[in-house]
Write a protein that binds this ligand. Structure first.
Ligand code: NDP
Length: 521
């Protein structure tokens, strides 16, 4: 990804990321591009740290990691400033959607991790009398986390912390587009004084990410585009190691005929334009039923036109695009849609000022054949698709390569739930949108090209463990009914067989007793 200028120079290892402000274009600093050898060295330190971290009790791990809450509270406003400098997003977004999410996430796992990760007893079939069965979990080892630039703090911290709580050590590769945030993550883990090697942050570009996928890690957790996700999975397949992919989205919002239109219009404006639309869970396809289409679009147009655009110091609702290359994608999608008959009701162009600003854009008359409908735009554009009814909306929403989030707006909550169940995606909200990701009790992830695996919830910890099944016998008897010798046991075994398969439990139990007595003799 060519997001920043790189100046090289004195041979291998000397290349740097030259970070420019998305608001003004000025250079904000330079950051190292770590080489494959440096990535391998970081992984080796994480490998060395692993046994001690694994053997640290869960309570102690959680206690150490909870110090992050104090650090975030003390330095939160300074960090929000730096994240906004890095991304261009409003300070409110940096403070709430990036920073505040992490203490809430830690609180959740402080309460629930023990139950999720502890050994638990499960049932044992009567075929195995006197035995007890358990499931327990143990950490994988060293986890490689590769994160994107759109929520560079939250989407680095959540997988890193999940892996750490589960007892793994971690090597993180942040995006080259947002190296200032990568630096904040590194600082936080230094500040809480974790032992050396427990978390290693390797800044760099795609080559650094690729090196991490080839390094001696035990799992890869990747958040980013489908194209890079495929490369990550291909590398993982060579060893093979498990991989988790949190990829793109083209989320559907369905506005039903009976929806609260004022709420739906405000929701669509926020859900499509917050973080400048650079969100895997952004509203990227807005299905509006014919009966209320024009009334809804008029309300939405007013919302979009009222938005203030500017840098973090301008108290704006929306900042610039974070990644320079994204401006071209957004322009191409909008121009292609207009060429094919879509209508621009608001925005549609770059802003005439320095930086990577694109106007909040509302398009109507969007159809499934357009690129803006088929591909992720990842920009401040709301494409409206007029549909006959809710049935057509569901059919179109599901007929797509992506399946991350969705939402349904209707005053009939039961109907909303019914439509929610029929949407092919990982998360759905009724009469709200996007914020479902803020509930750490709910698993989050996609289907289809949006990836697989889940973070948050119990699954978010278990994803960083191996399961181990354990069965225990007290060992008092010298022999088991199923062991040799078989002589004389066939009739009793056949009765167990027919009793169990025929649902006649008393018959099966009686036969088991006989089998045991035969075994003793
Ligand atoms: P990319 O796929 O371009 O990059 C993601 C990360 O992978 C970056 O750190 C990047 O490094 C790194 N990378 C690049 N090349 C390789 C490689 N060959 N091997 C390993 N790592 C590599 O995605 P973006 O950063 O552009 O993020 C936007 C995408 O992320 C969107 O599609 C969005 O929908 C998705 N996303 C998904 C989420 C989810 O939860 N499902 C959440 C948020 C975003 P570098 O940047 O330095 O090139």
């Amino acid at each position: 990804m060519e997001a920043t200028q790189k100046s090289g120079g004195n041979g291998a290892g000397a290349a740097v990321i030259e970070k420019r402000s998305p608001v003004t274009g000025e250079v904000l600093g330079t950051f190292p591009i770590r080489t494959a050898a440096e990535v391998d060295a970081a992984v080796a330190r994480a490998r060395e740290a692993f046994p001690t971290w694994r053997d640290t009790s869960l309570d102690d791990r959680l206690r150490m990691l909870s110090r992050i809450k104090d650090v975030v509270q003390t330095h939160g406003e300074e960090y929000a400033r730096r994240i906004s400098d890095d991304t261009g997003k409003p300070l409110v977004d940096s403070l709430v959607t990036e920073l505040m999410a992490i203490p809430l996430f830690l609180d959740h796992y402080r309460k629930t991790a023990k139950k999720t990760l502890s050994r638990r007893k499960v049932s044992t079939p009567i075929l195995f009398p006197g035995k007890a069965s358990y499931i327990e979990h143990f950490p994988l080892g060293v986890v490689g986390v590769i994160s994107p630039w759109n929520f560079p703090f939250q989407l680095s911290m959540v997988p890193v912390l999940s892996a750490l709580i589960a007892g793994n050590t971690v090597v993180l590769k942040p995006s080259e587009v947002t190296p200032i945030t990568g630096e904040i993550v590194d600082e936080i883990f230094r500040r809480i004084g974790l032992p050396r090697g427990v978390v290693e942050v390797v800044q760099g570009d795609g080559s650094t990410g690729a090196a991490l996928t080839r390094a001696d890690v035990d799992k890869l957790f990747f958040t980013g585009s489908v194209a890079t996700g495929r490369k990550v999975m291909a590398e993982a397949a060579k060893r093979p190691i498990p991989v988790e992919l949190e990829l793109g989205g083209k989320d559907a919002m369905i506005v039903c005929a009976d929806a609260n239109l004022a709420r739906a219009a405000k929701a669509a404006a926020w859900g499509g334009l917050v973080n400048c639309g650079q969100m895997c869970t952004s509203v990227e396809r807005l299905f509006v039923v014919d009966a209320i289409h024009d009334e809804f679009v008029a309300l939405l147009e007013a919302e979009v036109r009222a938005m203030r655009v500017g840098g973090p110091d301008e108290h704006a609702d929306m900042g610039p695009l974070t990644f320079r290359g994204q401006v071209t994608t957004v322009e191409r999608h909008v121009a292609g849609a207009v060429d094919d008959g879509a209508k621009v009701l608001a925005g549609g162009t770059r802003l005439d000022r320095p930086g990577q600003f694109f106007a909040p854009t509302l398009l109507t008359g969007v159809t499934p054949s357009m690129e803006i409908y088929r591909e992720e735009t990842f920009g401040p554009v709301l494409p409206v698709i007029r549909v006959k009814d809710e049935e057509e909306a569901i059919r179109l929403a599901n007929d797509h390569q992506y399946g991350l989030n969705g939402c349904v707006f209707t005053k009939d909550v039961e109907r909303g739930l019914e439509l929610a169940s029929r949407l092919e995606c990982g998360q759905v909200m009724v009469n709200d949108l996007v914020s479902i990701v803020g509930n750490p009790a709910l698993p989050f992830g996609g289907v289809k090209n949006s990836g697989f695996g889940r973070y948050h919830g119990p699954e978010g910890l278990l994803a960083f463990t191996h399961q181990k099944a354990i069965m225990v016998d007290r060992g008092w008897s010298d022999i088991e009914p199923l062991w040799f010798p078989y002589k004389g046991k066939y009739d009793a075994m056949a009765q167990v067989f027919h009793g169990l398969l025929g649902g006649n439990l008393p018959k099966a139990l009686l036969a088991m007793t006989k089998l045991r007595s035969l075994t003793k003799s």
